[in-house]
Design a protein around this ligand. Structure first.
Ligand SMILES: [Zn+2]
Length: 165
């Protein structure tokens, strides 16, 4: 079985209390980040639209709900001596990916980032985003990458490490 098919099977089975299959009213706005709900998706409004939003319906989008509750859909853990040596470069890469991902979808946000004793932990609101961060760091810096999905809820733990040779 291909890994993408396997991922799909895993994802269909699990329950996501934040994304839900609930429908919001078209044109509803998130008071946290000003994303707009349209035809089943949360999107960033176009500049000209943002001026005339008079939506009466306001709901926190799933990402802002996760930020409020500090309830990540993905956690990325980075460690190893190599990280210490190339930290600025790796943090720049992370910032760039976070920005790109956030631009693509309002649902891809960072909840928090913590650095402690040479270990960096990033909590994010989207499992694909967590995976994308791990894979990008791995592509650019090699090392070891492990990706582990939750069994019952939508959650992914991405673990990257590299020691110096
Ligand atoms: Zn929001």
């Amino acid at each position: 079985m291909s890994s993408s098919r396997k991922d799909r099977l895993i994802r269909e089975k699990i329950h996501d209390p934040y994304h839900e299959s609930r429908k919001y009213t078209d044109g509803a706005m998130c008071p946290g980040c000003s994303a707009i709900y349209q035809s089943g998706h949360w999107l960033w409004p176009k500049k000209e639209e943002a001026q005339n939003i008079t939506s009466a319906d306001q709901y926190l989008c799933p990402a802002c709900k996760r930020i409020r509750d500090k309830y990540p859909a993905g956690v990325v853990v980075l460690e190893g001596q190599y990280l210490d040596r190339r930290k600025d470069e790796i943090l720049n890469l992370i910032d760039r990916i976070v920005q790109e991902q956030g631009y693509k979808s309002p649902l891809r946000k960072v909840i928090d980032r913590d650095e402690n004793k040479g270990r960096i932990v990033i909590n994010v609101t989207d499992d694909h985003m967590a995976r994308h961060l791990g894979e990008s760091i791995y592509r650019a810096h090699k090392g070891d990458l492990k990706i582990k999905y939750g069994e019952e809820t939508r959650f992914v733990r991405v673990y990257w490490s590299r020691d110096l040779p």
